[in-house]
Design a protein. Structure first.
Length: 573
């Protein structure tokens, strides 16, 4: 039983007994008071009236009128105060005799008779007073008995609480005090064994957990822990990536030299300070402690920071640190570690690659254009006739030059996207016109495989915010891929519909589909599904994704192996 419950029961029982004692005492005091008032009202007043009538009777001879008036008044009061058995009869006799005396006031025999009547009434009331006094005495004795019983019960319970309750409270405290002294004397194996399921049992459990943790800490080599701490600090300081450690309250625990360089603060200005407070005056710190909550946090852009007299690029990663404390089962959060991975070198290489691709693509366009011009001249009859083998070679060269031109165009688009030099002409665009333009562009390619293109479009669609040329290019790319991977004489559906304030463009084919393992990678640069025909650069879908996202749209694919694919993109109305 809980200590609080014991105290409540003990004090509550005493409280109830005190109330009972009070009620019993009040009841009997009221009873005694009632009996006493009854004597006064019923008997003492009658004796007073009788005395007054006797006095008036003695004065009839000297002052007849006054004496008779006084006698009548007291007789009237007595008539209204008849309370005892036989008293009414005596009062009636007294009234009769007094009526006769009024007629003959000198009759001594009547006076004697009246005195006897009065003495009879007085005797009745005296006897009643004695009886009622005995009743009051009995009531007082009963009151004493019950008060004594209840008082004894209160005393016994209070005595029992006085003897046992302090021991129940003090003994565990005494035992706990002795155990704390043992812990203070570095005897960490000391344990408290309270078996009761009360507050002391909870206290014992907490104390034992504390003692276990102290014993665990004591058994570890403190110098070794300090050495390991120093080693970890040195290791973190010698890392080339900026690292900042925070506790679960956002207080900075450590920051290596690289981190201090980029945030521009000294160690003493950072350690022990709240990251939120520092963020008020340091923009970089504010961006560091900001946690991405959106679904695309895994694909966040690198941070550009001016450090070491140059622009550097970093990828931010926030690691949440959790542990399970000794003696507990629930995992708790103890803080975060912010790591900035320096990707400046990779970014510079990426820029160099992009510039190289842009330069090469641009330079290739001129010779490719010359090749195409030469082919046109060769095909001209004025240049001379060609035999069938020559014509076949010319067609092959034409296809290859067309393919080269397409590749260089895609590479140029990609380099423009990566460098941010691409210009988008975003305006109100008619989605029906975009679809019709794309269908017309691939119609020859579809006819070669006898593929039917079917447009299913909702009516009265609103215009979209888009660059119609780039959006058409994306749809053409979707349709070209669908035609390439669809079988002859099949059907490709182009669906146009509105969903959630967006217009969705869908290209649905019945090709072989995409394995679930590769669906998330089809929009990556240079990726091609293993086993598919290598007829492109793997850049078309990547460029499509960049074009649509640059217009605040989204792209996606839904596919099941053997059941075809649905490539889609959505633009805001």
């Amino acid at each position: 039983m809980r200590i609080k419950t014991k105290l409540n029961l003990g004090v509550g029982l005493l409280f109830v007994l005190i109330i009972i004692l009070t009620l019993v005492s009040a009841f009997y005091i009221f009873s005694i008071k009632k009996d006493t008032e009854n004597i006064l009202r019923a008997n003492y007043n009658t004796l007073e009236y009788s005395r007054n009538m006797l006095l008036a009777l003695d004065e009839i001879g000297t002052n007849k009128d006054k004496a008779i008036t006084t006698f009548k008044e007291n007789l009237q009061k007595q008539t209204q105060n008849v309370t005892e058995a036989g008293e009414k009869k005596g009062t009636d006799n007294l009234k009769s005799n007094f009526a006769l005396l009024e007629k003959n006031s000198s009759d001594e025999t009547l006076k004697m008779q009246i005195r006897q009547n009065i003495f009879g009434i007085m005797k009745l009331n005296m006897n009643a007073i004695k009886q009622k006094s005995d009743i009051a005495k009995h009531t007082a004795e009963t009151a004493n008995l019950w008060i004594a019983i209840v008082g004894t019960l209160c005393f016994l319970i209070a005595f029992n609480l006085l003897v046992n309750l302090p021991n129940n409270i003090a003994n565990p405290i005494k035992e706990l005090t002795l155990s704390i002294k043992e812990i203070a004397n570095k005897n960490y194996s000391e344990r408290v064994h309270f078996t009761n399921h009360n507050e002391y049992g909870d206290l014992a459990k907490s104390f034992n957990t504390m003692a276990q943790k102290l014993e665990e800490y004591h058994d570890s080599n403190l110098s070794k822990l300090l050495f390991e701490k120093k080693r970890m600090e040195t290791l973190i300081n010698n890392m080339h990536d900026p690292i900042i450690g925070l506790d679960n309250d956002g207080i900075i625990l450590f920051a290596n030299d690289e981190a201090l360089k980029i945030i521009g603060l000294k160690l003493e200005d950072v350690i022990g300070k709240s990251a939120s407070t520092l963020a008020l005056s340091n923009d970089l710190m504010r961006s560091l402690i900001l946690k991405e909550l959106d679904a695309d946090s895994q694909k966040k852009k690198p941070m550009k920071i001016f450090a070491n007299a140059k622009e550097s690029y970093f990828e931010k990663e926030i690691l949440n640190i959790t542990i399970i404390p000794t003696g507990e089962e629930k995992e708790i959060n103890i803080g975060d570690v912010i790591i900035l991975r320096n990707i400046t070198l990779f970014k510079e290489l990426d820029f160099a690659k992009t510039n190289f691709i842009a330069t090469v693509s641009h330079e290739l366009k001129t010779p490719i254009a010359s090749i195409k011009l030469s082919l046109k001249l060769l095909e001209n009859a004025k240049t001379g006739d060609m035999n069938d083998d020559q014509k076949q070679l010319v067609e092959s060269i034409k296809d290859d030059s067309q393919r080269l031109l397409k590749i260089t165009g895609e590479l140029l688009n990609l380099s423009q996207l990566e460098t941010g030099n691409i210009q988008l002409n975003i305006e109100k665009s008619n989605p029906y016109e975009i679809v019709n333009y794309a269908v017309e562009a691939v119609k020859v390619q579809a006819d070669q495989k006898q593929i039917k293109l079917v447009i299913n479009a909702d009516e009265n669609l609103e215009d979209v915010k888009a660059d119609s040329e780039k959006t058409g290019w994306v749809l053409i790319n979707y349709l070209s891929n669908a035609i390439r991977y669809s079988s002859e004489k099949s059907t490709i559906f182009i669906q146009l519909k509105k969903e959630n304030n967006q217009v969705v463009f869908q290209v649905i084919d019945t090709g072989k589909g995409i394995d679930a393992r590769y669906k998330e990678k089809v929009f990556d640069k240079y990726f091609q599904v293993p086993g598919s025909q290598k007829s492109g650069t793997g850049l078309g879908l990547a460029i499509s994704k960049e074009f649509i996202e640059a217009q605040n749209g989204s792209v996606g694919v839904e596919s099941n192996l053997g059941l075809g694919s649905t490539f889609w993109f959505a633009l805001k109305v």
